[in-house]
Design a protein around this ligand. Sequence first.
Ligand SMILES: [Mn+2]
Length: 419
Amino acid sequence: MLKILHTADWHLGQSFHGFSRDTEHAAFLDWLLLQLREQRPHALLLAGDVFDTIHPSAAAQKLFYSFLARARAQQPELQLVVTAGNHDAGSRLEAPARLLETFDIRILGTPLNADGTQLDLPRLLVPLVGDSGETEAIVIAMPFLRPSDVPQVAAADDPWLAGIREAYHLATAAARQLQQTTAAQAALLAIGHCHLLGGQETSDSERRLIVGHAEAIGLDTFPADLAYVALGHLHRAQSFEQGRIRYSGSPIPLSFTESGYQHQVLLLEFSEGRLQATRSLPVPRTIPLLTVPERGFAPLSQILQQLESLRELPAQPLELQPFLRINVLATGPDPTRRQQIEQALQNCSVRLCPIQVQTAGEQQTADSPDVESPATADLSVLTPANVLTREYQRLYAADPPADLLQALNEILQGEELSA
Ligand SMILES: [Mn+2]
């Protein structure tokens, strides 16, 4: 029997509207170490986006390497396999690979051989030892594949897409060969960081991968004899083909659009070369992501009322304060909006993230997207007041107030006088 923990999309070092996530990431890693101790998996697979940026902060790198050291100290037998995602700098992530290998930690940032001409298949295959003390699985530890990484496929409609498929098929063929030499029947597994066709993209933090015209790879990228495919990239956990192919999802919400669902890691059990059981381990949320109003947009007066309840939040140091998103419905221009909100939040233990504004006119358009676009304007009759009125009506679905038109007139007259 072989037990594997699958996780992805840690995005260590993320800056969230200017605030650090280090506290949440540290809490997740503490929790993960506890799970490793309790569940005793033989291996941990981390399927890309270890860091949020190609130049992660010192604090983020410290979190990562301290986690590796603590995991190794806690469980000398645990096999760790880490691959790069599209957010990672592959070669940078891989720089300490030789050092980490001495601690039985495999880290793959780039898929090519030293001269960069072809896939380094032997390096990409990682055998995993299970209960039997023998190899019970062979993992294709494929990092994120860039267009320059993939083999050329003759007459392909889309060279990148076809190349990714070819890369997995070549690697699977190599894994089958290695499988012949293992005593027990080893399960064939693969890691990937990609957008699978039909995958639910739910977040603005996933950074769109444009793969040719299709933007997503097909399920036939992964040959049917792969017992399990551990994916990263989409932050919402989801599965394909009865759970043979899965996104574990990210362990923490990386955007407000990700706050509505449960984040998790996956625990998988293999025996006789096959996936036998899958369990989701829900990650506790350390810091709440609050939205006011809970749904949609509301006028500022209502929002200011609702913000009063936030005064009851216990006082906390900055790094433990909830994040707050505010969605304002604007019925007219209001230069004091931010000031009023900040005033209402004085002495509240929350971190204010950017205020999103939807205008009444935008809301109407969103509610009935089929309304036809306005007729073309006749420039000979278009006056500045006319332009203001039309734009105001578009934004706020109302006529501009008289004092605003008056102010415009004063400016225009002033210009005439000085001309
Ligand atoms: Mn990601």
